[in-house]
Design a protein around this ligand. Structure first.
Ligand code: NAD
Ligand code: AHE
Ligand code: ZN
Length: 369
């Protein structure tokens, strides 16, 4: 079949709207009509050419929602007509990682996913006879895409696609980092670095669990009002701090934070986030993705004296189990999504969504098909 898609021909170039060829689902796979997709900073990161797994030409996008159109042989958990959210972190419920109950990082298809192909080693996308790669196992910048059955979460049918697509990455990552990874307790003092599409969801997660102090740190002064809108109690703009930022944050939080979160992807900020933790028990959660070649550093003393460095992918969420629950939380008003979706655009304007992100003018842009 043919599908309209925004194709990344090569790094650093605008996406081009083209008609691709798409093969149907094979055994264990589903064909999904994508109705809406968010644009996450990770898409921009891969398009920048700094992702060590970045492949071109490819169909980017990993924050979608849509409807199952067709299923391949042996598929039992979803059927045509079901509403689904694609999962870049699948949940096979059979691999060592899924069975460990210690991680959400299912390993069933991670190898082929990182190579831009389906589990059988081939791509379903092509353009004028040339292979086009899948991205993060999702490729939601295409109107139709093929996914393994284990990489879709079935969700309720009354939830709006143009809002719940954000649960496919940003919402789940931010809220999940608080609940699943840090396991923040009521009354905690916390600092969130980077108040964008992910960081604001960390903030609303902290409000949800009853954190006391929610400090937001961002270089963009416009983010103060955004943070306050979702529960931030204090705002710090590093550009306005005289002296050392870490010392300022340690003093503000009465000796350091119980939990800090990096949602910038900047390795200098990651160090600041670790060192702004309270001596003896503070935990710092890395959410941001840094470019190939970047490394994090701190004095071992920081860890010897009880600070803990952790990371989180997809907020520690087990997609097929947790994503339908997060959709319920949104539908019941427990978490907010609508105000964070600042721009809705047609596919033809998808490059504007990247510009808005880079200029700090959007929280989340969503493309509707
Ligand atoms: P975004 O562009 O919407 O937000 C980033 C924010 O960080 C902006 O508000 C920006 O002003 C701020 N910022 C940048 N540099 C800063 C600095 N030095 N100090 C303070 N603030 C700074 O991006 P996003 O979509 O929210 O993504 C954030 C990061 O999270 C990216 O690195 C992205 O790749 C990553 N991410 C990780 C996961 C995961 O599963 N671990 C999931 C989604 C996104
Ligand atoms: N290919 C990248 C990996 C970047 C990365 O860490 N991705 C996150 C999701 S970001 C979503 O916006 C993730 O899920 N990581 C776990 C995994 O298995 O990739 C690189 O930098 O090499
Ligand atoms: Zn993402």
């Amino acid at each position: 079949m043919k599908t309209r898609a925004a194709l990344a021909f090569e790094a650093k170039k605008p996406l081009e709207i083209v008609e691709l060829d798409l093969e149907g689902p094979r055994a264990g796979e589903v064909l999904v009509e994508i109705k809406a997709t968010g644009i996450c900073h990770t898409d921009a990161y891969t398009l920048s050419g700094m992702d060590s797994e970045g492949l071109f030409p490819s169909v980017l996008g990993h924050e979608g929602a849509g409807v199952v159109v067709e299923v391949g042989a042996g598929v039992t958990s979803v059927k045509p007509g079901d509403h689904v959210i694609p999962l870049y972190t699948p949940e096979c419920r059979q691999c060592k990682s899924c069975l460990s109950r210690k991680t959400n990082l299912c390993t069933a298809i991670r190898g082929t996913q990182g190579n831009g192909v389906m589990p059988d080693g081939a791509s379903r996308f092509s353009y004028k006879g040339q292979t086009v790669y899948h991205y993060m196992g999702c490729s939601t910048f295409s109107n139709f895409t093929v996914l393994p059955e284990i990489a879709v979460a079935k969700v309720r049918e009354d939830a709006p696609f143009d809002k719940i697509c954000y649960i496919g990455c940003g919402v789940t990552t931010g809220v999940g980092a608080v609940i699943n990874t840090a396991k923040v307790e009521p009354g905690a003092n916390c600092i969130v670095f980077g108040l964008g599409g992910i960081g604001l969801n960390v903030i609303q997660g902290l409000r949800l669990v009853g954190a006391d102090m929610i400090v937001g740190v961002d270089l963009n002064p416009d983010r103060k009002a955004w943070g306050e809108r979702f529960g931030m109690t204090h705002f710090v703009n590093p550009a306005e701090v005289t002296g050392d930022l870490v010392a300022h944050l340690v003093e503000l939080t009465g000796g350091g934070a119980d939990y800090t979160f990096d949602a910038t992807g900047n390795t200098t900020v990651m160090r600041q986030a670790l060192e702004a933790c309270h001596r003896g028990w503070g935990e710092s959660i890395i959410i941001g993705v840094a470019e190939a070649g970047k490394e994090i550093a701190t004095r071992p003393f920081q860890l010897v004296t009880g600070r803990v460095w952790k990371g989180t992918a997809f907020g520690g969420a087990r997609g097929r189990t947790d994503v339908p629950k997060i959709v319920d939380w949104y539908m019941s008003g427990k978490i907010e999504i609508d105000p964070m979706i600042t721009h809705i655009l047609p596919l033809e304007q998808i490059n504007e969504a990247f510009d808005l992100m880079h200029h700090g003018e959007s929280i989340r842009s969503v493309v509707v098909f």
